[in-house]
Design a protein around this ligand. Structure first.
Ligand SMILES: Cc1ncc(COP(=O)(O)O)c(C=O)c1O
Length: 447
């Protein structure tokens, strides 16, 4: 009989051959690697059957649970029809239907979809399209990009140029084309009794000053609407987005909404921008759009931008491509995902789930080591008060390890603990997730 391969075997082999992302590999001498054997709903299982509640949706991608029967069925059906065909010179049903459905979700404001695979590629596309649009329009001087303090738009060289997270960016500084950075509207920056709206308006003034000075050189400003996730779930008031839209219109600067993490219902509306009642010139989507199944990203844009490239002259066209652009399987997973949104009244159900989670986490509100308890849709976060810098620097790792011991997958960002679970938690899972989060926090803060 073939001996069963244990988690320990897989882990040893992985550490020898797989270079894991966003990881100082030496940390795995202390922090356990987990070998996932299979997954179902919000649960990941290792080879011994030990389970972990995926409290961060496997890096914010999974919406309707792992091995979702409806997405699985759609993919199995698609697999027998067409797995992939190149999208230059060819087209197919899943990519057409997905583009049409997304355009409809924007009320036809963003009626043209350009596809890629990962989030960072979508960001690259939006940046290049904006620059090229202005060049085609006779404004070749508009070459600069503006991003927000604490912004995160991905790890490729262009996306890192508009990212402001020192840990990811600094080592590559000499490679990057620096963007201009404006004040973050993070509501935690409130001073002297300011409201979140006051902070938003103050931050927008910074944008206005920059635009007034050099809008003729600026192609676009890129923003993560409502929640800057990777910097630590920094949340801002929708008023900021309204002001950005006004300023972009006034000064002829493109607005790029990076909804890679916050789109697909994560903040309570399908698109985060809806809460500000605005549409950007470019919207980047990825992560949840395929239900967390397959790498799929896209940029939605306006008729105006599309027409700026439409010409007899090939060089005025957008000559960008990726081999897997518009992959049929990934698009079919996205169609199944959108169907679930329509069938299951997802946004309303999420409102109930988020309210229940808040209620169950409420005891933390008065905890002396908790500050800035906050929530937007299906993102809940709080910051640990940890004055000892040595302990603060290890907080995230210690929390992760303790969470794993309590059947949870949670990865704090610095001292920010957050929950961003799949949309399929039942009552027992909601109560369990909140109770264990509290238990882990109490333990780690008291260590
Ligand atoms: C807002 C935002 N933009 C871009 C990205 C990059 O996406 P990917 O990791 O798929 O390249 C991320 C990933 O976390 C993100 O949160």
């Amino acid at each position: 009989m073939k001996p069963t391969t244990t988690s320990a075997d897989w882990i040893a082999r992985s550490l020898r051959s797989v270079w894991h992302p966003c990881t100082q590999m030496q940390h795995h001498e202390e922090v356990p690697l987990i070998a996932v054997s299979h997954a179902k709903g919000p649960w990941l299982y290792d080879h011994e059957g030990q389970r972990y509640l995926d409290g961060i949706s496997s890096w914010w991608v999974n919406l309707f649970g792992h091995a979702n029967p409806r997405i699985n069925a759609a993919l199995k059906d698609q697999l027998d029809k067409l797995e992939h065909a190149m999208l230059a010179g060819f087209t197919h049903e899943p990519v057409i239907e997905l583009s049409e459905q997304l355009a409809a979700l924007t009320g036809q404001q963003l009626g043209h979809a350009f596809y890629a695979s990962d989030g960072a590629s979508a960001v690259e596309i939006a940046l290049k399209m904006s620059f090229h649009y202005w060049r085609n329009a006779g404004h070749a001087d508009k070459q600069e990009f503006v991003c927000l303090q604490g912004s995160y738009h991905g790890e490729t060289v262009g996306a890192l140029g508009v990212t402001d997270v020192a840990l990811f960016k600094d080592a590559y500084g000499p490679l990057l084309r620096a963007a201009r950075t404006v004040t973050s509207p993070d509501a935690r920056n409130a001073v002297d009794g300011e409201s979140a709206q006051d902070v938003a308006l103050r931050a927008a003034k910074d944008v206005e000053a920059l635009f007034a000075e050099r809008a003729d050189k600026i192609a676009a400003i890129i923003v993560e609407p409502l929640v800057q996730c990777a910097t630590g779930m920094a949340m801002h008031d929708p008023l900021y987005l309204q002001r950005l839209r006004e300023l972009c219109d006034k000064y002829h600067v493109h607005l790029i909404a990076d909804e890679i993490a916050v789109g697909c219902g994560r903040t309570g509306t399908f698109f985060a921008c809806e809460q500000a009642a605005i549409w950007p010139d470019f919207m980047c989507l990825s992560k949840g759009i395929s239900g967390g199944y397959l790498p799929l990203s896209l940029v939605l844009t306006t008729d105006k931008v599309y027409e700026g490239f439409y010409s007899e002259d090939i060089t005025r066209g957008f000559l960008h491509s990726h081999s897997y652009t518009g992959n049929a399987l990934a698009c079919r997973a996205a169609l199944a995902t959108l169907q679930i949104f329509r069938d299951d009244d997802v946004l309303n159900k999420n409102r109930e789930t988020a309210t229940r989670l808040m209620l169950e986490l409420a005891p933390l509100l008065d905890h002396k080591c908790v500050t800035h308890f906050r929530q937007r849709g299906m993102i809940l976060a709080f910051d640990a008060v940890e004055p000892d810098t040595q302990r603060a620097s290890t907080f995230a790792r210690r929390f992760f390890t303790s969470a794993v011991e309590n059947e949870l997958l949670l990865r704090p960002i610095g001292r920010t603990v957050y929950l961003m679970p799949p949309y399929v938690l039942d009552e027992e899972e909601i109560v369990g997730l909140a109770a264990r989060t509290r238990k882990v926090f109490e333990k780690v803060i008291a260590e």
